[in-house]
Design a protein around this ligand. Structure first.
Ligand SMILES: [Fe+2]
Length: 232
């Protein structure tokens, strides 16, 4: 459990979207950067390619990105896992061919004051579902499938969420329209806060304590950049 719970909770907010965070020309710069970066992880099981934005790549775009983030977020520091070469990173590009399942990106260091995470859409189509429910343990993928619970990955695997949020059945329509890649029983007690339809140029900001997942409406593939922050 995170140590500075009160501090973490005091900066919690509803998820929100910054319209026109970057221009469409800048979107192209991010897409170009993605193509140039080395692959960090190619997970064939989850059909996802991950590339970390090492501080060695594109200083000019780093300045653009950080300046714009600072205009929109108060007193934060980046908190992205380092690259496999041990370099600091500005975020994680994820190209996914399958919807990512329910999880939280709360990190593994309970002495940090985890703050916001951002999602910069870099493909036209995509949808992300943010839940009202919060989690104050480590970064976890939530599942009730014995197979998934046995799987290895960066996140811890757990079904502890089922006992945390009251166990009310999840709304069937929302499940059918947005979350049919999830077992509806894995969503017990969850309440949707925001279904964000990706738009190029936008930035989605939400708390690192928020449970979230991709929507099942994934056509072919999507590409986005996520950054994790802590509060200064
Ligand atoms: Fe995430």
């Amino acid at each position: 459990m995170h140590k500075f719970l009160e501090k973490i909770k005091s900066s919690e907010q509803k998820p929100y979207v910054i319209k026109n965070f970057i221009s469409l020309d800048e979107v192209k710069l991010f897409q170009k950067l993605y193509n140039e970066l080395p692959v960090e992880i190619n997970n064939r099981r989850q059909k996802i390619i991950k590339k970390k934005w090492s501080v060695d790549f594109d200083l000019n775009l780093q300045k653009i990105y950080l300046d714009k983030l600072r205009l929109n977020l108060d007193n934060f520091k980046m908190d992205n896992p380092k690259t496999k070469d041990g370099k600091d990173s500005l975020g994680l590009f994820q190209e996914s061919f399958m919807p990512v399942s329910l999880h939280v990106d709360s990190g593994f260091d309970f002495s940090k004051v985890i703050f916001k995470q951002t999602l910069l859409p870099l493909s036209d189509m995509g949808e992300t579902v943010i839940f009202k429910n919060r989690f104050y343990g480590c970064a976890t993928t939530f599942s009730i499938s014995p197979e998934e619970l046995k799987a290895n990955g960066y996140n811890k695997r757990s079904s502890e969420h089922i006992d945390l949020y009251g166990g009310k059945s999840f709304d069937e329509n929302t499940h059918k329209n947005y979350l049919n890649h999830e077992d509806i029983n894995n969503l017990k007690g969850l309440e949707v806060d925001l279904i964000y339809k990706w738009k190029l140029g936008d930035l989605l900001i939400f708390d690192r304590t928020s449970l979230h997942c991709a929507s099942s409406n994934l056509i072919n593939k999507k590409l986005g950049l996520t950054s994790l922050t802590i509060k200064l």
